[in-house]
Design a protein around this ligand. Structure first.
Ligand code: NAD
Ligand code: DAU
Length: 350
């Protein structure tokens, strides 16, 4: 039975993963290490604290002393690293923290895993590790850059990140690769497309548009709104990560996506329709600098080699997601008060 360190487990995907993993796997221990930045919210995990297998630690993945102590205390055999600064727009206005959290934080975790798992830590030539250990880096399709109208990202596509966020995630991927190539640390990298679902912070497209539409506020669509993203319901991302933990080959990268390419404007219209709100709420605003035009994932490797398949269609998942936000006004109210209001004013004006 696994002893798992999940980082960033109070964020959107991390909290969905903690729920999913505890529900589907009989693990011995799951420790959630999260700094509780603006994006981390323990309300995302309400009810989970009662599970005796679960512990929460408030702390920073860049803190090597803390991370080393947690490895010694809990004897992890598995690390799943979600912790990151994750919002492209914030990386454009404030890139520094993306570099320290996303790159340095990843290296701290890798080093702690190497120290704890290597059978002969003092021998620089040894590549022997404890049986069954695995480090999984949760990366993103954005590391591949942008596509034209045709084609999809494969695992072999060269990395050409365009934003400070995606450049920091690509750098982290390079460090993970280096720990595999140089030290033989058993690692995997997953590169997933855009997620949607419950508990996503309303700075991201779908929850932001739901939130504004409910309040009859303008829906800020960047540029012409014809940028394309490949959407995956968050639970399908969680099941893909579990599949890689179970059957992934050490050192391999797996793309994750659900073949659901949609233009942003299509999604905005769909949300307005579902909420019975007028399209006159749509406000085209100045485009994001360096905005990637299109993402699309070729998921052939994870489906054919590991047998993973998404189970949620976009049509069902998006309706389920909209209704989750409607049923949880308190959650939305809590995360959008205070610092969110300041962020919104800075990004979009009054
Ligand atoms: P999120 O912003 O909702 O959550 C990030 C979490 O990390 C928060 O709980 C935050 O408190 C925590 N965190 C930040 N800095 C930390 C630090 N220094 N130490 C410990 N914890 C820290 O992000 P998300 O959307 O859930 O994304 C999770 C991961 O998945 C990220 O690595 C992201 O790059 C990747 N990803 C996201 C998507 C997507 O569509 N959201 C798609 C593919 C990959
Ligand atoms: O592709 C995976 C990535 O998806 C993850 O790595 C990132 O962590 C995650 O934030 C997401 O990045 P995007 O930039 O694609 O997501 P975002 O929700 O910010 O924007 C989705 C699209 O919607 C994008 O084309 C920009 C557009 N958009 C976004 C916002 C917030 C708007 O038109 N208006 C907006 O107000």
């Amino acid at each position: 039975m696994r002893r798992v360190l999940v980082t960033g487990g109070a964020g959107f995907i991390g909290s969905n993963f903690v729920r999913y993993f505890l529900e589907h796997y009989n693990c011995e221990k799951l420790v959630n290490l999260d700094l509780l930045t603006y994006a981390g919210n323990l309300e995302n995990l309400s009810g989970i604290e009662e599970d005796l297998r679960y512990s929460f630690v408030k702390g920073d993945i860049r803190d090597s002393v803390l991370v080393g102590r947690l490895f010694a205390e809990y004897g992890f055999d598995t690390v799943v690293n979600f912790a990151a600064e994750s919002h492209v727009d914030r990386s454009i206005t404030d890139p520094d923290i993306f570099l320290t959290t996303n790159i340095i934080g990843t290296q701290v975790l890798l080093e702690a895993a190497k120290q704890a798992w290597k059978l002969a830590p003092q021998d620089k030539y040894s590549r022997e590790y404890r049986e069954g250990v695995r480090y999984l880096q949760v990366s993103t399709d954005e590391v591949y850059g942008a596509l034209g109208p045709e084609g999809k990202f494969a695992e072999t596509t060269p990395l050409t990140p365009n934003s400070p966020y995606s450049a920091s995630k690509a750098s982290a991927d390079m460090i993970v690769r280096a720990y595999y190539k140089t030290y033989g640390l058993p690692v995997n990298i997953t590169r997933c497309s855009n997620n949607y679902g419950p508990y996503q912070f309303p700075e991201k497209l779908i929850p932001l548009m739901i939130h504004n539409a409910q309040a009859d506020k303008p829906l800020p669509v960047y540029g012409d709104g014809m940028q394309i993203r490949d959407w995956l319901y968050v639970e399908d991302h969680c099941s893909a990560i579990c599949t890689v933990l179970e059957r992934g080959i050490p050192g391999e990268i797996y793309n994750v996506g659900g073949n659901n390419e949609k233009a942003n404007i299509e999604i905005v219209r769909l949300i307005l329709k579902e909420l019975n709100k007028p399209e006159s709420l749509i406000a085209h605003v100045q485009d994001r600098p360096g905005h990637d035009r299109r993402y699309a994932i070729d998921n052939g490797k994870i489906t054919s080699e590991l047998g993973w398949q998404p189970v949620h269609t976009f049509e069902e998942g998006i309706v389920r997601t909209i209704h989750w936000y409607l049923r949880n006004p308190d959650w939305l109210e809590h995360v959008t008060s205070g610092i969110y209001a300041d962020y919104y004013k800075k990004m979009y004006g009054e």
